[in-house]
Design a protein around this ligand. Structure first.
Ligand code: ATP
Ligand code: MN
Length: 477
């Protein structure tokens, strides 16, 4: 039985067996108390090993990190701290863990240290909780869209387009880098590369998802994306997972409503299904923040913050309104921002986003209608010819969690933007054909999955919410 099930068997005394990894063992010569965890829940089951069948040799092998199997009786616990425990009849050590060498001792380790032990960090309470929540969120994403009649579309990971418009790409090749084939004019001959053309890892599945939406109506992607940006921040990974819904006949209003409902659904799903894990992480965040200076502490605990997002409407304002608010804000007037806001056209930096979300409105904020110059070519042009129907959703402590837009469905306007922004129209001929044949209004967005997990778990570094993070200079494990 899984420990999660065993712990809910209160009052039903029975023969039972369990397998798992030892968190701690304490006790005396005559009796040992073992805290056992099998990953099914944050909670451990207590194993009591008493009597002659447990010789010293066996007990010595039951150390933190070792893997054991236990047969015994489930009984009401005599001690405090747990309702039930297992009185062991037989214990078998399936895999010992040398106590001198095992890196995870029953004490607090730093997150940095645990990143270097990413192969074992699943065995800590913190990381097992995070990865159970990551699973719950994955499941919630699929359930949300499935229940709404969306179709999951698997868009390619290797792409021939290098104009997806979302940042630097990783090239995919099997050419011999020591001996590159050249064309007659001295350039690299990609015709002799594996795919017969230059290829990259995708930075977004959006363009292909649009093709799906303009036939299947509503689709979503949920896959890995890759960005070769050298931004070593706590919110960027080189390999991250993105969820990208795309909806035919939708405008930006519908898009915002969908995104807000979606985020709230995912958060509620975790509160309903992963209460133990969230409670643990709530306490963890509280403990962590007690060591911070008062002004660096969050105003709300983790659970309180999640509840708060569920209960409040997101604030919606245009870029122009946001710029006015920022220009007249205290930190701007007192020159406290690193990048001062002087007017229309400025790109919002994370300091500005955090001011709006954490200081000014104290709620998630959706900013719409950005200047065309700082957004991608496929966003729908507004009447003013200066702004596009873009939306960014900003979350407390995270900053941008979603970026989306109503797409430009008018062929002439789309081509004009591509011209202006120097995007290769020949390469994207297939994208342009959807505007030529049966085009319609449509919209969509991209949610960075790890940023959502950061918000739900309260983790402050994105490297701690993906099993094996890929960042500049690091692809270990
Ligand atoms: P940012 O300004 O934070 O770099 P972006 O504008 O480049 O984000 P988009 O291209 O709109 O982001 O991608 C959609 C979403 O994907 C973002 O809102 C964010 O949640 C997430 N995202 C973008 N880049 C990364 C990254 N390098 N690592 C993790 N998540 C990312
Ligand atoms: Mn970016």
């Amino acid at each position: 039985m899984k420990i999660k099930e065993i712990l809910s068997e209160e009052g039903k005394e029975q023969k039972i067996s369990a397998k798992g990894w030892v968190r701690t063992r304490r006790g005396s010569k005559h009796v040992s108390f073992i805290a056992l965890n099998d990953g099914s829940t944050i909670n451990n089951i207590q194993i009591v090993a008493e009597g002659d069948s447990f010789n010293e040799e066996l007990i010595k092998q039951i150390t933190t990190g070792s893997c054991i199997s236990v047969d015994g009786e489930l009984v009401t616990s005599k001690g405090s701290g747990q309702a039930v425990e297992i009185l062991a009849n037989k214990i078998e050590v399936l895999g010992a863990a040398d106590a001198e060498e095992y890196p995870l001792q029953p004490k607090k380790h730093s997150l940095e240290f645990l990143r270097e032990k990413a192969h074992l960090r699943f065995r800590t309470n913190t990381f097992s909780a995070i990865f159970r929540l990551r699973h719950a969120l994955t499941f919630a994403v699929h359930k949300f869209f499935n229940d709404k009649g969306f179709f999951n579309l698997h868009t390619p990971i290797i792409t021939g387009a290098d104009a997806e418009g979302a940042g630097e790409m990783f090239q995919v090749t099997n050419l011999d880098l020591e001996n590159l084939p050249k064309t007659s004019d001295g350039k690299i001959d990609f015709e002799s590369d594996f795919f017969g053309s230059k290829t990259n890892l995708t930075v977004s599945g959006q363009l292909e998802a649009e093709l799906g939406a303009l036939a299947l109506g509503q689709v979503y992607t949920f896959g890995p994306t890759f960005r070769a940006e050298n931004s070593n921040t706590s919110r960027h990974l080189s390999e991250f997972w993105m969820i990208e819904p795309e909806v035919a006949f939708a405008d930006l209003e519908t898009n915002m409503d969908l995104a807000e409902e979606f985020l709230k659904y995912c958060i509620q799903y975790c509160i309903t299904h992963n209460a133990d894990d969230l409670q643990f992480l709530d306490k963890r965040m509280g403990d962590e923040e007690r060591n911070l200076k008062k002004e660096e502490r969050s105003e709300m605990g983790l659970l309180e913050r999640l509840q708060f997002v569920l209960e409040n409407d997101f604030v919606r304002l245009t870029y122009r309104e946001a710029i006015d608010v920022l220009r007249n804000s205290k930190p701007n007037k007192k020159k406290k921002f690193k990048y001062l806001i002087d007017g229309f056209g400025a790109d919002l930096q994370s300091e500005h986003e955090r001011y709006l979300v954490e200081k000014k409105y104290k709620k998630p904020v959706i900013i719409t209608d950005y200047p065309k110059g700082i957004k991608a070519f496929y966003m729908r042009m507004n009447e003013d010819n200066e702004t596009v129907r873009a939306m960014d959703i900003l979350f407390p402590t995270i900053g941008e969690i979603i970026g989306g837009s109503q797409r430009e469905e008018r062929l002439d306007k789309l081509q004009a933007r591509m011209e202006e922004m120097d995007v290769d129209q020949e390469e994207l001929w297939w994208y342009l054909e959807t505007r030529k044949f049966g085009t319609c209004k449509h919209a969509g967005f991209g949610l960075g999955f790890e940023r959502l997990i950061m918000f739900v778990t309260g983790m402050k570094n994105i490297r701690d919410v993906i099993p094996f993070p890929r960042t500049p200079q690091n692809a270990a494990f």
